[in-house]
Design a protein around this ligand. Structure first.
Ligand SMILES: Cc1cc2nc3c(=O)[nH]c(=O)nc-3n(C[C@H](O)[C@H](O)[C@H](O)COP(=O)(O)O)c2cc1C
Length: 184
């Protein structure tokens, strides 16, 4: 098994089972999130764990692709203290750490983007979040409903897999896709 297998195998899991997530697992996931690095160590975030089914159903309607929240065992709201590019990068790092920490325990997760602005307002109201803070991202969290939960359904209209490394990696200068002789 490769050292990076945990990272490589992380998938968006939208079909989640009813299986209880043990408290120590959830604590460990939140702790991993807490240790995320941020610009100037500002830690511009708060997390809300949501288990209430009605609230999750309400949140599932606050984004065109957030429907999976309705069936999540729990949701985690990433409440951000701003929306400048650095804070958005901090948010991405926090989100990925939460997802990887969950996956390390075999727990699946999927982002539910909260948008546009009127949906964000409704979601903030549902969770009692002050207007000065942002809520762009909810995470659905739960054990995968089965092996099929790790695969996209055939009807999904997003690309599968990833671009090959030889296309996205450049060596020394943009457009040089060969690492041979690039270092000079
Ligand atoms: C910024 C961002 C927003 C996303 N928003 C949603 C979303 O609203 N709903 C959803 O089901 N998946 C969402 N995703 C998950 C992506 O669809 C998923 O990461 C991508 O299709 C790759 O899936 P895979 O890792 O399972 O191969 C989002 C991912 C990112 C990075």
């Amino acid at each position: 098994m490769r050292e990076t297998e945990l990272i490589r195998s992380l998938r968006a899991v939208r079909q989640l089972s009813d299986r209880e997530i043990p408290d120590d697992v959830l604590q460990d996931v939140l702790e991993a999130g807490r240790w995320t690095g941020s610009s100037k160590n500002t830690q511009p975030w708060d997390l809300i764990v949501v288990r209430n089914r009605e609230t999750l159903t309400g949140l599932s309607k606050c984004g065109a692709f957030a429907g999976h929240l309705a069936g999540a065992k729990l949701g985690i709201a990433l409440v951000m203290h701003g929306d400048d590019p650095w804070t958005c990068m901090d948010e991405g790092r926090l989100m990925q750490n939460l997802m990887l920490a969950a996956w390390a325990h075999g727990v699946g997760s999927c982002i539910g983007s909260i948008y546009p602005a009127d949906n964000e307002r409704r979601a903030r109201d549902l969770l009692g979040i002050p207007n000065s803070l942002s809520l762009r991202t909810m995470l659905s969290v739960g054990y995968p409903a089965g092996p099929q939960a790790l695969r996209l359904p055939p009807t999904a209209r997003v690309p599968r897999g990833r671009r090959p490394l030889k296309d996205l990696a450049h060596w020394e200068s943009f457009g040089n896709h060969s690492d041979r002789g690039a270092a000079g």
